[in-house]
Ligand binder design. Structure first.
Ligand code: RNT
Ligand code: ZN
Length: 422
């Protein structure tokens, strides 16, 4: 019997097991195949970008590790992304940062960036049938070295970053138009203080004013979806972060834009899974930056953890698939970077599949009727149902390697391509 026949046979058995609890595996697979994950370009080069400024990474963002083979230019990054995407089932999106502009030999400062500087990416995305998302880069820049950008007390610094924010929205709009799919354009700034500060409201007032200027122009939501990302603390902003959760939650509600919840941006024991249904009471849509924090916002590669599972369950149980934009946000330079994308994205999809394989109505009915015994029993039994056979079958049908087979592809790519980059 061939390998694929075995996978199909295992799937048939799994299908029966799930049918017994009222779940149709084919439907779950179909729903999963429609979910696009936004793959973050910055895992491919440790958030370096292509500005040729001697890798001035700042804003508390740190990719640790010295694994060889990081992408040195846009062509290499696209090549690596293609390799990763060939190992991830489904059709996904690419999330770009402004520092990944292709400006040739010209030095274009961030406030002068235009959509033309991203035409290489847009053409590539078009050819591959991918949607694009975008981010202003408010860090790793000489004008961000004192820790303040949009909330800076310095008019000139603030003006520069406001102009960058405006430029990025125009670029996002263009990407959305070109690709006929709204471009989620996110703002995250590092602004804050390392040590105890005395004026917590001043910088927040300043930030609000700056954001109002950035978002002043109304742009068609068919092309652009604005989003703002909060954070609790960062390296160099341990004591105070201007753009806190409460700040951006209020701002997003008042301005009817998206709020970005990054899994690593809250207290270490605080989880975002429980925030989704609350936030979506007041906002149309949200963006997720799915990451993995280990003791702090360390941006480890996403794994199939309890919290990842809880996030996926919330999205599926709440019927939020159309309202939650799922983006990945981690950067690990200690392992193969292509593998990092593949592991993280496959885990996100696995978590969603597990959630889609729940007997949702049945569970809800147990809960509302007060039968908590059955609810707990069912939730625990679900954990050992043959989800892996459904996942394998999905990978097989999607034309990507099943099980660990993708790892050899990455190893070969590493030997043939990545190890030759010095
Ligand atoms: C930083 C934020 C932000 C970045 C990326 C590169 O703490 O999470 O989203 O990780 O924009
Ligand atoms: Zn983030």
């Amino acid at each position: 019997m061939s390998y694929s026949k075995e996978i199909e046979k295992a799937y048939d058995l799994a299908k029966e097991s799930y049918a017994e609890i009222g779940v149709d595996t084919d439907t779950a697979i179909r729903r999963l195949s429609r979910i696009a994950i936004s793959l973050h370009c910055w895992q491919g080069d440790d958030v370096g970008g292509f500005e040729n400024n001697n890798q001035l990474v700042g804003g508390g963002i740190i990719a640790t590790g010295t694994y060889p083979g990081k992408a040195r230019n846009a062509d290499e990054l696209r090549m690596d992304l293609e390799k990763a995407m060939s190992l991830i089932p489904g059709r996904h999106r690419l999330n770009l940062h402004a520092i990944y502009a292709e400006t040739g030999n010209e030095r274009i400062d961030r406030n002068k960036l235009k959509a033309t500087h991203f035409s290489g990416w847009i053409d590539w995305a078009k050819a591959k049938g991918l949607g694009l998302d975008f981010n202003g880069t408010f860090f790793s820049h000489p004008k961000a070295t004192n820790g303040f950008t949009l909330a800076s007390p310095d008019d000139g610094i603030r003006r520069f970053w406001i102009e960058h924010g405006i430029a990025c929205r125009k670029i996002g709009e263009h990407m959305g138009r070109q690709l006929q799919s709204p471009c989620v354009t996110n703002v995250w700034i590092p602004d804050g203080y390392k040590d105890i500060s005395v004026d917590r409201s001043g910088p927040r007032k300043q930030l609000k004013k700056s954001l109002d200027e950035i978002f002043a122009e109304k742009i068609d939501r068919r092309y652009l979806l604005d989003s703002v990302e909060s954070k609790l603390f960062g390296i160099g902003s341990e004591s105070y972060v201007v753009g806190s959760h409460e700040f951006y939650m209020g701002y997003a509600i008042e301005n009817k834009i998206l709020l970005c919840l990054d899994t690593g941006h809250f207290h270490p024991t605080e989880v975002i899974s429980d925030k989704i249904s609350s936030v979506l009471m007041f906002l149309d849509r949200i963006l997720l930056h799915v990451s993995r924090s280990v003791r702090w916002d360390s941006d480890h590669v996403v794994i199939l953890s309890d919290e990842l599972q809880a996030i996926a369950e919330e999205i599926v149980r709440g019927d939020y698939l159309q309202r939650v934009h799922i983006g990945l946000d981690f950067f690990d330079a200690s392992i193969d970077r292509v593998a990092a994308w593949v592991i993280g994205a496959r885990c996100m999809l696995k978590a969603l599949l597990i959630a889609l394989l729940e007997p949702a109505d049945k569970l809800r009915q147990m809960e509302t009727s007060g039968d908590f015994t059955s609810r707990l029993a069912m939730l625990e039994e679900l954990k050992t149902l043959p989800f892996g056979s459904v996942w394998d079958y999905y990978c097989l049908k999607a034309g990507v390697p099943v099980g660990t087979a993708w790892l050899q592809v990455v190893k070969d790519y590493e030997a043939e391509v990545l190890s030759k980059r010095i």
